[in-house]
Design a protein around this ligand. Structure first.
Ligand code: C2E
Ligand code: MG
Ligand code: MG
Ligand code: MG
Length: 292
């Protein structure tokens, strides 16, 4: 193959690319099997009211329980599913599964917890996405407002009118809508007010170095203020420390999600999480009791 020594790097590079292509083809064929054999599972990460410490809701996060590889990260297989088109089927499964979970959760506790579901770019572009969301709501007999549809800023770029049309179609179902990873994309602020969005999720990248990075604090503060001025809620992602909570409370961010409260967990663990009144982070919220 690489006849001229001078070109060996070129061939090496090609081999690497081949490997990457082969790897994604392998994942793609395994994904088809996985869909048939129910190897996927939803985990749920709690979102906490930062004023009271009370549970606000959850984000559903997909897991692939691969028979040989073990748990495969969505960061690896979602892009492959997206590029092969399998995401449409996988996304339908996620919506149906999350909706049935919401029904069990809110009936069990007689509550109105919201559960956020991530939509991929390809799903969002699909003209039938609102219909798909609607049928999962109807099948599970849930209130539409219990479902929160997460999209990212990048999905709102390109044809703004097309995106707006899709958003309006979805919003008309009565669901909530959030912009995920906010601040990392390039959405035009002038359009933000036109989008029927309820919540901005501050990306973990801006939270992780608080309170050491004053630039990140300025950015987080600005996103929180922007959301409130536009009458939106704010959820901070990647809340890992008491300092994060302190900063967010000071800057009036209502909701936090992150490892400080809990990693994403399965349904059984989640019921234990809710039932366990002595949660390890609760001391952060305990109001000082009045001296008698
Ligand atoms: P995302 O929607 O931004 O989800 C948040 C990610 O941050 C999750 O990773 C979560 O486990 C992780 N995370 C939460 N709190 C912390 C923290 O305190 N520290 C750190 N270091 N990480 C934290 P995960 O579950 O691996 O998901 C990665 C991404 O995969 C998600 O990012 C989302 O874009 C995508 N994804 C996950 N589930 C689905 C799905 O059902 N459909 C689609 N289309 N995408 C999904
Ligand atoms: Mg998300
Ligand atoms: Mg996110
Ligand atoms: Mg993220």
């Amino acid at each position: 193959r690489a006849k001229a020594a001078g070109r060996s790097t070129h061939y090496f590079f090609t081999d690497d690319l081949d490997k990457a292509v082969q790897e994604s083809l392998l994942i793609e064929s395994e994904l088809r099997v996985a869909l048939r054999e129910y190897q996927f599972q939803l985990f749920y990460q709690p979102q906490i009211d930062l004023k009271t410490g009370k549970l606000f809701g959850f984000e559903a996060l997909i897991r692939w329980n691969h028979p040989e590889r073990g748990m495969v990260s969505p960061a690896i297989f979602i892009p492959v599913a997206e590029q092969s088109g399998l995401i449409v089927e996988l996304g339908e499964w996620v919506l149906a599964e999350a909706s049935m979970f919401i029904a069990r959760l809110n009936h069990r506790y007689n509550e109105n917890y919201t559960v956020a579901v991530n939509l991929s770019a390809r799903q969002f572009k699909d003209k039938s996405v609102a219909k798909v969301i609607k049928s999962s709501i109807i099948n599970a007999r849930i209130k539409p407002e219990w479902l929160d549809i997460e999209i990212t800023e990048s999905m709102l770029m390109g044809d703004i009118n097309e995106a707006l049309h899709q958003l309006d179609d979805i919003k008309a179902l009565g669901v909530q809508m959030s912009i995920d990873d906010f601040g990392t994309g390039y959405s035009s602020l002038s359009y933000l007010k036109k989008f029927p969005v309820d919540t901005l999720k501050v990306d973990r990248a801006f939270i992780k170095d608080i309170p050491d990075d004053t630039d990140d604090m300025a950015i987080s503060d600005a996103i929180i203020a922007l959301a409130h001025k536009l009458n939106m809620k704010v959820i901070a992602e990647g809340v890992e420390t008491a300092e994060h909570v302190e900063f967010l409370v000071q800057n009036h961010c209502q909701i936090g999600q992150g490892y400080l409260f809990s990693q994403p967990i399965d349904e059984e663990s989640l019921y234990k999480f809710i039932d366990n009144s002595t949660k390890p982070y609760m001391h952060l919220f305990e109001k000082p009791t009045a001296i008698k």
